[in-house]
Design a binder for this molecule. Structure first.
Ligand code: SF4
Length: 450
């Protein structure tokens, strides 16, 4: 999968341990193409956007932004991949069925530990997200017993959004049926590009045909909510390639996806791309080409009926990712699995990233927590504002008041006044949002809050 840097799970696992997970797992070292220690994050500095499609200044807060209906969320991390993609710096392990089965045993032990705590057993989770890594690699039997354990341990809202990240080559009939039977109602497919030469040059294990075939199978099986992840700014990718990718995605049979995530490639140290860049062998598109690709996505997808609701995300009406909206609303979520992060009532904690220490803690009956982060109030408020203003329509100021008991202006008066004076931030219809110019300079805006 590919996930942008502001995703708490990507932030959690993407740093600090490059090269170590694969070593511990017996995989190749360093950034060899076969190694497994990374994943990508979005945006080669390209948080710059100028799209305003989907904005609705002054529109009342709609259901999608009703914070009281978003969380809490449950995240389950499956840290296995068939092969490491060449751009990916995420910690992951070579997939082997036996190892994955043992990991599911450990996950179930962790689930039961948290379920014994009334703080988690007494709440109703509104979203469940299986991320990775590649959760679709789990054998159907392992996935179903994991899901049964989650359902018997936690309260899951009957209308919960249940998402599974899947790679195209795993979209087989038996798995699709097992996922549906277990209650998965949303698929997030890592498609990335429509040109086989670009997919091969990114180390992906599938071609575009696999996306078309897998997507059709998923529809035929009954999935009515499917998202695709795409990357722009890949080595060798032209503006025409990107246009063609979007056209092919929109032409997918029997109908286009409900959700699209368009991430700008970010080259990370510790990946094969990172090494090629150091060696001067990575031919990336020019920044103006990358910006043009982004602008084209904003315009083309708006014309195709998608709402541009977050910097990198587009959805048909009613199909925004509720799980991710809860992240951007600074909501509570419980993360389970090696390397998963949680955020609960202002406290954050991250699990052991290596499978060995993760399993040992659980065997000893302990939560496998490796680090706890209890940031001061000012940092939490700045984080909430940065996350909320990723939403193109802006962050309802009520979210901030509800969480911190004060308005954004009371907390960051001088900074907000300065940003407003420079035309980067504005109040509109009870929301605080980046202006068109502020969207182009989002990192500068957020830096001013720190
Ligand atoms: S499938 Fe590729 S991009 Fe996704 S986590 Fe695995 S190695 Fe990284």
């Amino acid at each position: 999968m590919l996930r942008r840097r502001r995703d708490p799970q990507a932030q959690a696992a993407g740093e600090a341990e490059r090269g170590q997970a694969a070593d511990e797992a017996g995989g190749p070292r360093g950034d060899s193409p076969g190694g497994l220690h990374g994943r990508a994050a979005g945006g080669r500095g390209l948080t710059a956007v100028d799209g305003t499609a989907g904005r609705a200044a002054g529109r009342p807060v709609d259901d999608a932004l009703d914070r009281s209906r978003l969380g809490p969320g449950l995240y389950v991390h499956i840290p296995f991949c068939a092969r490491k993609c060449w751009y990916c710096d995420f910690t992951a392990y070579h997939h082997r069925p036996g190892r994955a089965s043992r990991y599911v045993d450990d996950l179930m032990a962790e689930i039961r530990l948290y379920a014994a705590d009334d703080a988690f057993a007494s709440v109703t989770f509104r979203t469940l997200f299986f991320g990775g890594g590649t959760p679709s690699l789990l054998e159907p039997g392992d996935f179903c017993r994991l899901m049964a354990c989650l359902r018997s341990s936690f309260r899951l809202d009957p209308g919960a959004e249940v998402t599974l990240e899947a790679n195209p080559e795993d979209l087989r009939q038996d798995r699709l049926e097992a996922w549906l039977e277990a209650g998965v109602n949303r698929l997030s497919i890592g498609a990335q590009a429509a040109q086989d030469r670009l997919l091969a040059a990114a180390g992906r294990v599938h071609d575009w045909r696999a996306v078309e075939v897998g997507y059709r199978r998923a529809r035929q099986a009954g999935f009515a909510n499917i998202g695709l992840d795409l990357i722009f700014g890949l080595p060798g990718q032209t503006r025409d390639d990107w246009r063609e990718t979007l056209e092919r995605v929109l032409a997918l049979a029997p109908g286009p996806p409900e959700h699209l995530s368009c991430y700008g490639l970010q080259v990370e140290e510790g990946t094969l791309y990172g090494r090629w860049r150091r060696e001067g062998r990575l031919r990336l598109p020019a920044e103006e080409d990358e910006a043009a690709m982004y602008r084209h996505a904003v315009e083309r997808l708006a014309a195709a009926g998608y709402e541009h609701y977050e910097i990198s995300n587009f959805a048909r009406p009613g199909f925004r990712s509720r799980h991710n909206l809860n992240y951007w609303a600074d909501g509570d979520f419980l993360g389970l699995g090696a390397g998963a992060w949680s955020h609960w009532h202002g406290r954050r904690w991250g699990n052991q990233r290596f499978l060995g220490p993760y399993a040992r803690a659980l065997a000893e009956g302990r939560r496998p927590v490796a680090e706890v982060d209890e940031p001061p109030l000012k940092t939490r408020m700045a984080d909430a504002l940065m996350l909320g203003t990723r939403l193109v329509e802006g962050m309802p100021a009520a979210w901030f008041v509800e969480r911190f008991g004060q308005t954004p202006e009371e907390a960051f008066g001088p900074q907000l006044a300065d940003l407003a004076g420079r035309g980067l931030l504005e109040r509109a219809g009870g929301r605080i949002r980046l202006t068109r110019r502020g969207l182009l300079l989002a990192n500068e805006v957020w830096a001013a809050l720190l």
